[in-house]
Design a protein. Structure first.
Length: 110
């Protein structure tokens, strides 16, 4: 592969990354809207929903020719970041502190 070929591929990746970021911004907007409707850390974490999403995107990956394990790892990291974001939006006033217990980070190991 020549330098020009690598450069051209990198340009395409950069353009794709910009589109992905735009989609992430759209997803964040929806996550924030949903987060405003939730009243507890448990509702934010929603482990059953996380597993539903993971299974759905693994199937989509297989259908679209992507590697399901890579897609799952990517989604778990993204979901963890959005969970952390949602947890910061919960009401954390002292009167309601029991509702937000165990709000540790869900950052995925690297």
């Amino acid at each position: 592969m020549t330098h020009d070929e690598i450069h051209g591929i990198r340009i395409e990746i950069d353009e794709l990354d910009r589109r992905i970021v735009a989609l992430l911004a759209e997803r964040e907007n929806l996550v924030r809207r949903a987060g405003r409707l939730k009243t507890s850390a448990t509702a934010v974490r929603a482990p059953q929903r996380v597993e539903q999403v993971v299974q759905r995107v693994r199937a989509a990956a297989a259908d679209l020719g992507a590697t399901p394990d890579v897609v799952e790892r990517t989604y778990r990291a993204m979901i963890g970041a959005f969970i952390d974001l949602e947890l910061t939006t919960l009401d954390t006033s002292p009167v309601d502190s029991a509702r937000t217990e165990d709000t540790g980070s869900h950052e995925q190991p690297r």
